[in-house]
Design a binder for this molecule. Structure first.
Ligand code: SF4
Ligand code: SF4
Length: 432
């Protein structure tokens, strides 16, 4: 029996040309400790690896659009010359009619005029790591000397604006910014003028390796309840003011699931295994969150990349996400969107004693229940070929009607909010 699975039409590799090397020292980073995995390495991708990867990656894709994703550590530490060669190799190996896209995740502190010009010229899409207003960003995102970085990141952002570089925001949600959801969101919307935001939960296991081992998490991690409350508060602001104007990744992904499509984000897919990570020397791993010896698929300079991607080891990794779902997830009414979420965070014991429940379960459940009504409204609008943004009018009109009903309600009336309680025990509690 063959130990290969059929080749997928497309897959993604997050590429780390400078490995885990970074000029910052963010307190929650899981990737910095990976330096220990390659003792003595200079952590610089050679041209030989770069060209071989580019050729193999393009050859293996059977879709007209190929996305290169550069990450780290901090990929800008490779210098502009490296990325000029990367773009040249892409052109050399591109197939006729193929569109090549470059995305790059950066902490933003090294972006200067030259980088901004380069990104603009080559249409790079930059993901900027920014955790919110100055105080909450600087709580954990510090440089090697422990100094704050917010001002340097904002300078990089302004340079990207000046040179019209397409960029979006990757905000991690952690113990410092989770208590400030609306302030954080409004900062992105109103001051940073962001129109695409990702909110990624920090669940950092408490160990020195950065691997997925041990069941304790570090203090910087967000709790399930905090993450749920954060998303709910941001959603409540967004659904009243910004639908169709600001794209918040998890809201978009949820709408896809509510309309019966695939979520399109690995975290919420039933299985994973199509998003790998490659270290500077060509070592290919099952996922960016599993760059550790047990999840090494092989090296693309020794084994054709497509054989590693289609290996039984990688297939089993992807399927394990589904196979290890605890009964609580199997019976859950929001499984159609959640799917137990990312296996890296499955560190809890379910109420029935089975392992592998997601650390963020309570938050996901609360959030997905909270948005159900609005998601149904938007789904209905889409079904009727109307804009989902109409949900804003519907909800704002309802808010107004409720406010009016509160203003005229008597103390012993049923509360207009529909809780079933008396007004005086519910929204009318503060009235004398
Ligand atoms: S392990 Fe998590 S991050 Fe990695 S591919 Fe699976 S769902 Fe995505
Ligand atoms: S909300 Fe919790 S129980 Fe439901 S699928 Fe997600 S992790 Fe599982």
């Amino acid at each position: 029996m063959s130990d290969q699975r059929p080749a997928p039409r497309a897959f993604h590799v997050m590429t780390k040309p400078r490995g885990p090397i970074c000029n910052l020292d963010c307190a929650y980073c899981y990737y910095l400790p990976k330096e220990q995995m390659y003792p003595g390495s200079d952590f610089r991708m050679t041209d030989e690896v770069l060209e071989s990867f580019t050729r193999q990656y393009i050859e293996a894709q059977r879709v007209p659009e190929v996305t290169f994703g550069w990450q780290g550590g901090e990929p800008l530490l490779m210098g502009i010359d490296f990325f000029e060669r990367a773009v040249a190799y892409q052109k050399k190996h591109s197939k006729p009619g193929m569109r090549i896209i470059n995305t790059l995740q950066s902490n933003g502190t090294l972006i200067d005029e030259d980088w901004a010009r380069f990104f603009h010229e080559h249409d790079f899409l930059i993901g900027l790591s920014l955790d919110g207003p100055q105080e909450v960003h600087d709580a954990y995102r510090v440089d090697k000397g422990g100094n704050p970085t917010w001002e340097r990141v904002m300078r990089g952002k302004r340079l990207m604006e000046k040179h019209e570089v397409e960029h979006n925001i990757l905000c991690t949600v952690h113990a410092a910014n989770a208590p400030h959801p609306v302030e954080t969101y409004r900062f992105f919307r109103d001051e940073a003028k962001a129109d695409f935001i990702q909110f990624i939960p920090i669940v950092r296991r408490d160990n020195a390796t950065g691997h997925q081992e041990g069941l304790e998490v570090r203090d910087q991690s967000v709790t399930a309840r905090q993450y749920g409350d954060f998303l709910i508060s941001v959603f409540d602001e967004w659904v009243r003011h910004d639908v169709g104007r600001v794209y918040v990744q998890i809201f978009d992904v949820a709408l896809a699931a509510w309309t019966g499509q695939r979520p399109g984000l690995c975290v919420f897919e039933p299985v994973c295994g199509l998003g790998m990570a490659m270290e500077h020397n060509g070592d290919l791993y099952a996922c960016d969150h599993y760059v550790e010896p047990d999840y090494l698929l092989g090296n693309i300079m020794e084994t054709p990349m497509i054989d590693l991607v289609t290996s039984e080891q990688q297939r089993a990794f992807g399927q394990a996400k589904l196979k290890m779902l605890p009964p609580e997830c199997l019976e859950c009414d929001v499984r159609f969107i959640c799917n137990g979420a990312c296996p890296k965070n499955r560190i809890l014991i379910s109420s029935d004693g089975t392992p592998n429940l997601n650390h963020l379960c309570e938050g996901y459940k609360a959030f997905f229940h909270h948005i159900d009504e609005a998601m149904r409204m938007m789904t209905e609008e889409l079904r009727n070929r109307r804009a989902p943004a109409n949900v804003m009018r519907i909800i704002n009109e309802r808010d107004l009607a409720l406010e009016r009903a509160f203003a005229t309600a008597k103390r012993n009336d049923p509360c207009p909010c529909g809780s079933g309680k008396k007004f005086k025990q519910c929204h009318g509690r503060s009235r004398g």
